[in-house]
Ligand binder design. Sequence first.
Ligand code: SD4
Length: 317
Amino acid sequence: HTSLPLVINTWPFKNATAAAWNALQSGGSVLDAVEKGCARCEMEQCDGSVGYGGSPDETGETTLDAMIMNGDTMEVGAVADLRRIKNAIGVARAVMEHTEHTLLVGESASVFAENMGFVAEDLTTNNSVNIFSQWLKGNCQPNYRKNVFPDPSKSCGPYKPRATVRQNTRAHLVNTHSHDTIGMIVLDQHGHLAAGTSTNGLTHKIHGRVGDSPMVGAGAYADSSAGAASATGDGDIMMRFLPSYLAVELMRAGADPSAACKTAISRIKRHYSDFFGAIICANTTGHYGAACNKVPGLSQFHFMVSNSESDIPLLKS
Ligand code: SD4
């Protein structure tokens, strides 16, 4: 396909798109491009929802999830609930290239990262402290718990199960500004395909919560013989449906990328009509598509594209 190479990523994170594109132009592999692109967002703290200093959890800590997948070899490296290390996608790649494992989590992932030479630093910033203290002060809702109540003597938690389970309680606020993961797909002229994600997850999540982004087939999936996909949104819901895997398998079966994305989203809608989420897809010829679930507050889902028809990142929706 003449428009190759192709870089696409979720949300209008155009510096990430450009970083991935430049990595390819300077001779880097598709994995280098995914890593450089996501790392750019980690350093820029894209939207406050990638990298350090965003989305503090219920204890005020920022923790990171990331994944990278090689569509040629099907190797994956991922980290979840990573603490104290800013470059989560770099650690994910180190898991892929320097271990036989796929996913490392929590404190142990951080120790692995330190041993691999990643710098340990505090991920807390004034911004994350502010978000956290606002939440403690006024609006201390157990956003991501159901059928529990907070200890009345404290402003927040500890939370206890309700004696009688209320039906259908979903104290789950969908705040579109608390989710904006970067998910990226890169395809080069030789058909090498890679995908990756990086995020700081959800604001006020329960300590230890892991989203869809580091989960293979949920946050992203790549298979150079079929295509690649990456999802963003309400990871707790989305990971139940492996939307990225589903979209790639649909493309393998002949669906065009837009149709594959739409089907992956509608599969989730069958059960959760108001979930917040979107997916991007590309096939092996460099055609791409995207779909999102329309919910109040999210008028359009934007994503970035660079290919040889336009090496300036284009905003699509
Ligand atoms: C998560 N999927 O941790 C991520 C958040 C996200 O757009 O993608 N927001 O659930």
